[in-house]
Design a protein around this ligand. Sequence first.
Ligand SMILES: Nc1ncnc2c1ncn2[C@@H]1O[C@H](COP(=O)(O)OP(=O)(O)OP(=O)(O)O)[C@@H](O)[C@H]1O
Length: 288
Amino acid sequence: MSDTLLQVNNLTVTLDNSKPLLNNISFHLKHHQCLGIVGESGSGKSLTCKAIMGLLEPYFSVQGQILFSPKKTQIKLQQNGDLLKQNNETLRFMRGNVISVILQHPMSAFDPLYCVGNQVVETLLAHQPISKNQAITKTLNMLVEIGLDNPKQIYNRYPHQLSGGMLQRIMIGIALMLEPELIIADEPTTALDSINQFNILKIFEQIKQQSKTSMIFISHDLGVIHHIADHILVMNKGTIVEQGSRDHIFYHSKNDYTQYLINARKQLLAKFNCVVQPNYITPSSETI
Ligand SMILES: Nc1ncnc2c1ncn2[C@@H]1O[C@H](COP(=O)(O)OP(=O)(O)OP(=O)(O)O)[C@@H](O)[C@H]1O
């Protein structure tokens, strides 16, 4: 069996016959690997993931192939597994069961009128053939696993009674409980304060170490990508300007745009260090 989970070939997304928003991009993701996608705002990171999820609005014109080869045979995909050619029913099944997405603003993913525990249980029941009691037990266990104390209390809280970091952990917990083959995390730490960012990154690192699922991790923050990704795509204006292993991108890239992003990050870090440590001297090779 091939070790490639996802193979994107010449994906082009256009709107109203104007300049492509995604222009002929190709990349792949291996099973159990984490692919980081980095680039400035508007470079096409989210559109790429929406295309994979089958969530592009119908007014976009899409060309190319998104070949998906899951190991679990829960579903028979048509046309070589090209996600652009599956029907809506298959795509609906895939979302959650096979591909899960974690977004930037966890608050918007929860219904403010119901306590979070019930929402997790309902999601589980919609996807797995288990009883309500089993779903409740699984939910309480999950809350402990993602590091939240007092799971029974958290279960009965409404979304507005929990912090963004707690809700984001619960979103990740839900995604993991559904045991998808691919998790797409679209800027999952961007809306969080730095302590929560750190904690959420630790959870993603654990997911990687357990190596049960493959991941696409989108961020405009090179520090985050450096932490988590095995392989990296650098995007700019709808194209992939460079792709390669983490070491290649961070330590051996000759690409001007990649260099520009890395230098911008280093300068920011040096400025931060100067502020918190007045006697700080910038080393010639500041780390990411
Ligand atoms: N629904 C839409 N309708 C029209 N244009 C869109 C739509 N969604 C995205 N675009 C355009 O496609 C381009 C890529 O957007 P995309 O959201 O993928 O960028 P991004 O790299 O994810 O940026 P950010 O980091 O700000 O989320 C942008 O020029 C954006 O304006």
